[in-house]
Design a protein around this ligand. Structure first.
Ligand SMILES: Cc1cc2nc3c(=O)[nH]c(=O)nc-3n(C[C@H](O)[C@H](O)[C@H](O)COP(=O)(O)OP(=O)(O)OC[C@H]3O[C@@H](n4cnc5c(N)ncnc54)[C@H](O)[C@@H]3O)c2cc1C
Length: 453
């Protein structure tokens, strides 16, 4: 059942540590913020409003759910604490990846969820790139979208067998994925350090904040009510409705779906406790000579490799490179974040000139201990959905659509994830700390793998 209602936002010790040292790298300091079209105009919730269905959290998951419901003619009200895309959705690298993290292949998903549901989830995710770009076209979302393909190059020759297996698993699901040879991977990435690559031509890249703002605008145009600047601070069951309190208003809802990416600030502590936060640092360089595009990602694909501490990079429409990732020491300075990630990219792509960073920002994602999406029942007609796990743009967009079918009367069997009770980890902040200890270890693994070839 639902935990006692909490009020206010109480960051964990880990969140305080991770967020404190980088006040200069915020939502507003991102390249996406500097270049996205403005957010749709919305008001904050005031007074008492009634709704058949409340969605709490305005990222991809919340807005995809709201948009698909509104398009089908259902009444839905979305509450966002800050503004559309303020969470991970507005700060990520902008890769549309129809896949899961390394190590989570369709076989693992089937082992986790069973044959039928596992296949359903993989199909949903595999088609997620197509869905993202189709939504962009259908709703005229101006987000510099490029469906040029997502690549996962292998960083050692030894990974070739793993790559072949991953390709086969996705092909068996009917996905048009391709195996790039070593020469093709070197050409496509611009780095002679790669030994082959996974290519899904249905993926691509975009301005992530512009995309989520576009989803929000489309949801509003189709009749969804959206209140921003309206952090839900208390969730209570009263009789047969849910009472959701914000600082200035109250939303009374028959049904509630939390899509807060486990950053709800204690709104549903049990569900939030199933996730642990991971902070990622991002940088965008100054605009570079367009000639460099001939030797770095010449087909404008995006690339995220198979290292445990992976290297991801892409071009923007105005010839900047965007990269980023984890920082070993979250107490390190923002300056260190800039130099660390740029340094890695220059080592990978020695043809690049000395790079200067124009924009730096950070974002926080939520991950479950098994890195699998969850749909958790909080009480009668109340659920929390979290599907971030680091590669969530296509997953959350597609899951939002699936949730909209379910909330409009679909069966539990038709869902790509089971409805479960929250299974919190004992001490989520310790889980985050464990993750930060894992990072140096995984860097050591990466270095050893590279040495061994
Ligand atoms: C730096 C970074 C890089 C990444 N790169 C990629 C990538 O390239 N490709 C990819 O697929 N994925 C990437 N991810 C992951 C991806 O961004 C997430 O999976 C996805 O954005 C999750 O969407 P969401 O809607 O679940 O959550 P969010 O976007 O985090 O949305 C949750 C929203 O809920 C709101 N909220 C929280 N509490 C409350 C409350 N109490 N009341 C009201 N509102 C509330 C928040 O303000 C927030 O806007 C990255 C993540 C980060 C941080």
């Amino acid at each position: 059942m639902v935990q006692p209602a909490h009020t206010g936002y109480r960051p964990t010790l880990w969140e305080r540590l991770a967020d404190a040292p980088h006040p200069s790298v915020s939502f507003q300091s991102s390249f996406w913020h500097a270049s996205a079209p403005p957010a749709p105009v919305t008001e904050r919730l005031e007074g008492e409003v009634r709704t058949p269905l409340a969605v709490i959290g305005g990222g991809y998951l919340g807005f995809s759910t709201a948009l698909h419901l509104a398009e089908a003619g259902h009444e839905v009200t979305l509450l966002e604490a800050d503004e559309a895309g303020f969470g991970a959705s507005g700060r990520n690298t902008g890769f549309a990846v129809p896949n899961l993290l390394t190590g989570l292949d369709p076989r693992v998903v089937r082992e986790h969820f069973g044959e039928e549901r596992g296949n359903l989830l993989c199909r949903m995710l595999g088609e997620g790139g197509e869905l993202v770009f189709e939504l962009i076209r259908r709703h005229g979302i101006d987000c510099q979208a490029r469906q040029t393909g997502w690549m996962q190059p292998i960083h050692t020759a030894k990974k070739a067998a793993w790559l072949d297996d991953r390709i086969e698993q996705w092909k068996a699901l009917g996905r048009p994925v391709q195996r790039l040879s070593r020469d093709e991977a070197v050409y496509e990435t611009g780095s002679n350090q790669y030994h082959g690559a996974f290519l899904d031509p249905t993926g691509g890249h975009l301005n992530p904040l512009a995309y989520v703002r576009g989803l929000a605008a489309a949801a509003i145009r189709h009749g969804a009510k959206v209140f921003s600047g309206s952090r839900a601070t208390r969730l209570e069951r009263i009789g047969d409705v849910w009472r959701i309190e914000t600082e200035h208003g109250v939303l009374i809802a028959d049904r509630v779906l939390l899509t807060t990416n486990a950053t709800g600030g204690g709104l549903a502590p049990e569900a939030e406790g199933t996730q642990f936060p991971i902070t990622l640092f991002q940088v965008a360089t100054e605009p570079l000579d367009p000639e460099l595009r001939k030797s770095v990602l010449p087909n404008d694909r995006c690339s995220a490799d198979t290292r445990k501490d992976l290297i991801a990079y892409r071009w923007t429409w105005d010839n900047r490179l965007v990269t980023g990732g984890l920082l070993a020491n979250p107490l390190g300075s923002a300056e260190r974040g800039r130099t660390h990630h740029i340094g890695r990219l220059q080592k990978l792509l020695p043809q690049l000139p000395e790079l200067r960073v124009d924009y730096a920002w950070q974002g926080r994602l939520a991950a479950a201990r098994d890195f699998m999406p969850r749909l958790m029942e909080l009480g009668p007609n109340a659920w929390s959905a979290v599907a971030c796990n680091g590669r969530g743009m296509t997953m959350t967009t597609a899951l939002g659509r699936a949730l909209s079918f379910w909330l409009s009367g679909g069966s539990n069997e038709g869902l790509p994830v089971p409805v479960t009770r929250p299974d919190p980890v004992l001490v989520p902040s310790l889980a985050s700390l464990a993750f930060s200890l894992w990072l140096p270890l995984s860097r050591w693994h990466d270095a050893r793998d590279l040495k061994e070839g």
